[in-house]
Write a protein that binds this ligand. Structure first.
Ligand code: C2O
Ligand code: CU
Length: 472
């Protein structure tokens, strides 16, 4: 699928390596600027950063660019405010439910205790509030938050409830990556928008495919760009749609991170398939001769949509970038699994033949031990698999393509399970408690393609049928 893959080794960092004598001049805002005469569409919106600890889920009016309608929002923003946190802090967030049905908030990608993981059994009703005290203990990464009430997740997300959650840390700070106007979150989704400009939802168990793309809640967005390296922080926040992103001119992007933060080494590629809930941290070089003279489209190759246009400014600023260091912070590989399990994603409603029941713990996993989990799709692929409670590493794809994709390195919490393939991961849980494994095609999740499991303090003695727990 990708035409080119180059792992950048020390000394071969190509176009993004430090230019001789270059000094970092990052975070200097390029200013909003116009899109230049003749630019159509709407200026790409960026959600505000949450400055306090309160989120209110409610139906509010929104402006998608051009049209004023309504959606379900956090604090009136689509997507909701971006939460920024650093390891070591406990981020306390009080969510008020001003909807007309129960909701919860799950902090997707954060590894936190069960009580604040926002699982379906913790849903709270209209008029109620829930305070989540999130101990942030992980490395820099782009995560996101969204509702997780049983059987209502898909509708609430499709109608607008979601937002980005960024963790920053000292390790990342030292890299002097593009910041300020040059670090752009891109929350990708599709949507149905009615004539009045309201988001609507008509998903069924097989999924939901909206008729238009929305990037950061903006219809037909453009972003005026400078001669700079841009850091695009992309999340596929769509219910069901898989995006296959590439620039219209086929130019390379440099992948520096995935779900769980930075990769051990950057990867150059010109096309990335992004399953639901997957995240990509991308550098795109728009300096010098790489500066676009025409609007440069970021495409979804599968739908043929233009997701975003990067438009040249009449007077672009040239911004230096000191370059990537020859090595990025190492990702220590998990190894030596002591146990293996197999999960069959069956049809649209079950895992290993079992349909989700909020009250049932399907299996137990002792904490602190590396396990090898194998996933197979048994109908209705692709299934974007997601696991709560730990990050993991993909180690193998068998059948089908037969190898991992170039964008599947590093720490992951979500991946695409394709037809006639099996995928192996290595995973280790460190926090005891109840967690979830599910399909992140939200309609499959709501239909029951989800299981509870329990991370125990010690080696477990019981395993539910349907889950192989080869003990040794
Ligand atoms: Cu983003 Cu359990 O989900
Ligand atoms: Cu699925």
């Amino acid at each position: 699928m990708i035409n080119r893959r180059t792992v950048l080794h020390a000394g071969l960092v190509g176009g993004l390596l430090a230019a001789a004598g270059g000094t970092p001049a990052l975070g200097k805002p390029g200013g909003g600027g116009g899109g230049g005469a003749g630019t159509t569409g709407n200026l790409l919106q960026t959600p505000p950063v949450l400055t306090d600890g309160t989120l209110r889920a409610a139906r509010t009016s929104i402006n998608l660019g051009g049209r004023t309608g309504s959606a379900l929002t956090y604090n009136g923003f689509l997507p909701g405010p971006t939460i920024v946190a650093r390891p070591g802090e406990t981020r306390t967030l009080t969510v008020t439910n001003a909807l007309d049905e129960p909701t919860t908030v799950h902090w997707h990608g954060l590894v936190v205790p069960t009580a604040v993981d926002g699982q379906p059994h913790e849903a709270f009703g209209p008029g109620a509030s829930f305070t989540y005290a999130l101990p942030v203990q992980q490395r820099a990464s782009l995560n996101f938050y969204h509702p997780h009430p049983h059987a209502r997740t898909a509708a609430q997300v499709a109608l607008g409830l979601q937002g980005a959650f960024i963790i920053r840390d000292a390790e990342e700070d030292r890299l002097n990556l593009p910041a300020g106007a040059y670090e752009v979150p891109l929350v990708l989704r599709d949507a149905n928008v009615d004539k009045a400009g309201a988001l609507t939802y008509n998903g069924r168990a097989s999924g939901f495919l909206g008729s238009v793309p929305l990037v950061n809640g903006t219809l037909d967005p453009y972003l005026p760009v400078d001669k700079a390296v841009y850091r695009l922080r992309v999340v596929n926040a769509a219910n069901s749609r898989v995006f296959r992103i590439a620039f219209a001119d086929g130019r390379d992007m440099t992948l520096i991170g995935t779900d769980g933060g930075l990769l051990g080494s950057a990867v150059r590629l010109n096309e990335i398939t992004l399953g639901n809930a997957e995240r990509m941290d991308l550098l795109v070089d728009l300096r010098g001769s790489d500066y676009p003279t025409q609007p440069l489209s970021l495409l979804d190759l599968d739908s043929g949509w233009t997701l975003l246009r990067l438009t040249p400014k009449p007077q672009p600023v040239s911004v230096a970038f000191a370059g990537l260091p020859s090595t990025l912070p190492a990702v220590t590989p998990l190894s030596s699994p002591v146990r293996s399990r197999t999960f069959s994603f069956d049809g649209m409603t079950a895992i290993n033949g079992v349909r989700y029941d909020m009250r049932t713990i399907a299996f137990q996993v002792p904490r602190g031990q590396v396990e090898r989990w194998t996933f197979v799709a048994n109908g209705n692929p692709p299934h974007p698999v997601h696991i709560h409670g730990a990050s993991f590493q993909l180690v193998e794809r068998r059948g089908g393509r037969g190898r991992l994709y170039a964008w599947e390195g590093g720490w992951k919490d979500s991946f695409l399970l394709l037809d006639k393939e099996s995928v192996d991961i290595l995973i280790r849980f460190d926090i005891p408690g109840r967690y979830l494994i599910h399909c992140h095609k939200l309609e499959h999740e709501d239909a029951g393609m989800m299981l509870n499991f329990e991370v125990t303090e010690g080696v477990s003695s019981t395993m539910a049928s349907g889950v192989t727990g080869a003990q040794d």
